[in-house]
Design a protein around this ligand. Structure first.
Ligand code: ACO
Length: 386
């Protein structure tokens, strides 16, 4: 038996390995800078809307009013989902994870709207519009169905985020709450070569249709090391329960070599700039909801986490305060990643468009560490022993 002798430079998790050239977003992890198409996210969070930011990400320019009006009208017109997609969602187990329901429904959308020629501009434009418009409707439908409520039809007179909240609750939301959630969507819309975007790009590079691209990305976003961390970080805060318990809990967790959920990032070595804005937004909405100590516990966790982990470049990330914010707004924990997906669909699609413009199939190499030339031993002569 011989071992492979070919050795290439190997970076676990592809850390530091560029997977694409891109002009969609930029991160400086040392200074905490995040730009979409060159515009700082703090500026977008303050002045833009999710759909305007989506336009910027997709088309590399801020729209003039007529362009924005057209884009918003197109998205608004495509919010409804076919009753057969609703039937499909109805047939899923109500105790399932919402990200699985979203992934299944997005994959099914592709069967209703075949988009085989991905280089066709019409296919690109309309599938992009459909996905951005329909993902919130799917998320809201599963949210209601698993509580035993019927899905609510979208309302064309409501903006993107107000309509989403309306489809969840059947109430037109307070303008401040809708604005805050819209800002969350802006903050989650794009983030360079993260795991779900990479997963979507690999799928895109096979020239699969955009529904398949997005459903791949949704599956990858679900994991607790990525978008699933918002759910897990709130579950952790609930387990901690009180400010007094923060320090002993964290010390015990770190001693057991367990991670603090919502902390750490491959790129950021300072506090995630999105977490800073989300923390401020949580403070802003608190007046609208029942008093809760969750934010106070979270801030104490951050304080103790900083004390113990900052020297390793580990700070609060986007999922830490987004979880706190969504929980404060009364949403179910396992739906947090679906809200992330509603936002990130813009970034995934921007990367899809960029990839197929100059496509090269992703087909990386590996370093083989197994055996060669093994004999096929008949079953009655095998020793077993696993
Ligand atoms: N709590 C405690 N220690 C941590 C944490 C954390 N949250 N994150 C990293 N570390 C430590 C690791 O234990 C490891 O320590 P060691 O060198 O002593 O063994 C070191 O930092 C490096 O950790 P890795 O996981 O190898 O670093 P990586 O760059 O892969 O980390 C990751 C990135 C996966 C996000 C990690 O920080 C983590 O698991 N965080 C918790 C989950 C989370 O919040 N994910 C959301 C990220 S943001 C997003 O995806 C939108």
């Amino acid at each position: 038996m011989t071992k492979s002798t070919t050795m290439h430079e190997f970076s676990p998790g592809l850390a530091g390995v560029p997977a694409a050239k891109s002009s969609i977003s930029f991160v400086n992890g040392q200074t905490g800078l995040l730009e979409y198409r060159g515009v700082r996210i703090e500026e977008l969070a303050e002045h833009s809307s999710f759909l305007e930011t989506t336009y910027l990400l997709l088309y590399d320019q801020l729209p003039v009013q007529t362009e924005l009006d057209r884009f918003v009208a197109d998205v608004t017109q495509h919010r409804r989902i076919k009753y057969r997609i609703t039937d499909l969602i109805k047939s899923l187990p109500e105790h399932g994870h919402p990200m699985d329901a979203l992934q299944a429904a997005v994959a099914a959308l592709g069967m209703f709207y075949p988009a085989r020629n991905v280089l066709d501009r019409q296919v690109q434009d309309w599938s992009t519009i459909r996905l951005i418009a329909k993902v919130p409707t799917i998320v809201a439908a599963y949210y209601r169905l698993r509580r035993g409520d019927e899905p609510i039809q979208p309302r064309d007179d409501l903006d993107h985020t107000s309509n989403f909240l309306y489809m969840l609750t059947e109430k037109v939301p307070d303008a401040l709450i809708a604005k805050v959630l819209d800002t969350c969507l802006i903050l989650h819309a794009e983030h360079t070569m993260n795991a779900s975007t990479f997963s979507g790009l690999v799928t895109a590079s096979t020239l699969a249709d955009p529904y398949t691209v997005v459903s791949s990305a949704v599956g990858t976003l679900k994991g607790p090391l990525h978008g699933g961390a918002s759910q897990e970080s709130v579950e952790m805060l609930e387990e901690i329960g009180s400010i007094e318990n923060v320090r002993p809990y964290i010390k015990q967790r770190l001693a057991a070599k367990q991670k603090l959920m919502g902390f750490g990032h491959r790129i950021y070595k300072v506090k995630d700039p999105r977490a800073i804005v989300l923390q401020q937004l949580t403070q802003k909405v608190l007046v609208h909801y029942r008093p809760s100590s969750l934010l106070k516990v979270a801030e104490e966790v951050e304080h103790v986490g900083e004390e113990l982990l900052a020297n390793k470049g580990i700070h609060a990330n986007v999922d830490f305060y987004s979880g706190v914010l969504y929980k404060t707004m009364g949403l179910d924990e396992d739906f947090f990643p679906t809200i992330f997906a509603m936002a990130r669909v813009s970034g995934w699609l921007a990367h899809w468009l960029e990839q197929i413009k100059d496509n090269k199939l992703f087909r990386p190499d590996q370093i083989y560490e197994g055996q060669h030339d093994r004999a096929y031993v008949p079953i009655d002569r095998r020793l077993g022993g696993l």
